[in-house]
Design a protein around this ligand. Sequence first.
Ligand SMILES: [Zn+2]
Length: 412
Amino acid sequence: VENRIRVNADRLHQSLAQLGQIGATAGGGVTRLALSDEDRVARDLLAGWMRDAGLAVRIDDFGNMTGRRAGTEDRAAIVAASHIDSVRAGGLFDGAYGVLAALEVIRTLNDQSLTTRCPIEVVNWTNEEGVRFEPAMLCSGAVAGRFDRSYVYDRTDRDGVRFEDELRRIGYLGDAAARPDPAAYLELHIEQGPVLEAEGVPVGIVPGIVGITWLDVRLTGRADHAGPSPMPLRHDALAAAARLITGVETIARQTKEAVGTVGRLTLEPNVINTIPGRVTMSVDFRHPDSATLDALVASFGCLAAETWASTGVEIAIDRFWTSDPTTFDDDLLAAIQSTCEGLDLPHRRLWSRAGHDAKYVQDLAPAAMIFVRSRDGLSHCEQEYSTPADLEAGANVLLQTLLRLAGTADPS
Ligand SMILES: [Zn+2]
């Protein structure tokens, strides 16, 4: 009987659409930054849905939300999780899909009056995106012991507003005893890349997450009038930054499987007739292998040294955050694969190039991820889309894998 159970796809799509109205943008996406008013409204909706589904809801000291469905055995739960915060003008599915598919699994088990042996929990992690409070995956990392509580609480956004103050303001500062404590962990997520679509495969089984490193780069030249300064005598910080930006692309293109991005840049004084004196910019490098990641950073460092020498613009590089590559649990990957085979779903193994909370949870318990195909590979934008059929397929993989791991109370 359990093998034939399927999620209610209409209910899943409806919940996704309803959550997507909170922080909705004119272009069909959402802006729901962590601990914003929009995040609060979305959390309240989710907590209500969890309680309606009979879950016992608890909030921990980082605002992570957990809804627990009891099993016949009182023990650590099998956890299905993701996040409902978003980037600015992000899509409807990044994170929200994993949380609401997990909720849909619970609703389906309720419909079937099915009790599992192991408890099942649905978790919404706080501040996964790291857009408002850097770094990303802040609160799964804190639960896994990667970050101290005081470090998390003292993170500030661009306006200098503290994490702890915002957490308290929106009413989600809970108790350390309420932290998630998984026996095993599954995260269902959109791919956010073009590989599954290119291969015509709806579901990806994710063996791990590539390493990611973030650099903060500060260029100090000399601001001066744009007229009287001849070209050879200038120290133009933006012109130097342009060399570095082009260099990031070249370095990444020359290394197999690497990606490199300059996503954030500010310049001073940013007026039309003054040579830019200061630039700050970010660099993001990703690769499945730690040593190669170090080599990418080293290449960038050489380019910066050459640029400094030839332009006279001082360049300081701070490698302020690195997330080492993560390898997920073989037994969980095998369980997901058996489930896909049982559901007759085409699937393939695919490394994640984006960070996810599963990375840190792997420190606490066996973890793995399931991907569903993204249209045009797009995400972190309003055009982010996965078909209803693919979203349904992924939710059924989650449902059946959870049943496999949690076990049913009355095997028939
Ligand atoms: Zn996400």
